[in-house]
Design a protein around this ligand. Sequence first.
Ligand code: PRP
Length: 217
Amino acid sequence: MITIALSKGRIFLETMPILNGAGIFCKEDPETSRKLVLKTNNEEVQLIIVRASDVPTYVEWGGADVGIAGKDVLDEYQGEGLYQPLDLGIGKCKMMVAAQQNFDYQKSIKKRTRLKVATKYVNAARRYFLQKSIHIDLIKLYGSMELAPIVGLSDVIVDLVSSGKTLEANNLVPIEEIGEITSRLIVNKASLKINREVLQPMIDKFSNAVIKINGKY
Ligand code: PRP
């Protein structure tokens, strides 16, 4: 049995066409089903539904052989047992630094005052500001980061920006881009060794589906 870990979050709708393109069709509607283990048209392949940030954990520790996870999640994850063979090109967005319109970011940087940064992407934020030699106080949040500057919890946030509507609705403006985010296929390294004759063709099918759907790679 090959187990594929997915999350129902932001990228779920874009994930289904890729799975279907790879010949994997869910037997139940994952949108409405509350089941966490879903059968597919292939008796040897099942899907499990986990939180986005748990996908790498399931794959690294063998709870799943394969997973689909955003680069944002993978950058935060510290594990080493993951093979990342494929950028799926879905779930595209940007990781950005953002602040309230009236916050003078450049002035704060010039004055070398410590910047209060609220984010759930603490590793990405730490790396980014370290590389820019900007001293920060990191405030870990689990969601609704846009609120932090509004109530004075932080000077800036580091968050994903897709349409920009959430920033706009909360009177925040993007300041700097940290990087492009897309979703990746991840595979348990040991599982790939043991099940290569099944997993390699599956990875190739994913790759072909990505070429068809995104017209690249
Ligand atoms: C993400 C991100 C922003 C929002 C940006 O949250 O954290 O809040 O999407 O999208 P936009 O630019 O199109 O408005 P998500 O919905 O993934 O939920 P989360 O708060 O659980 O991260």
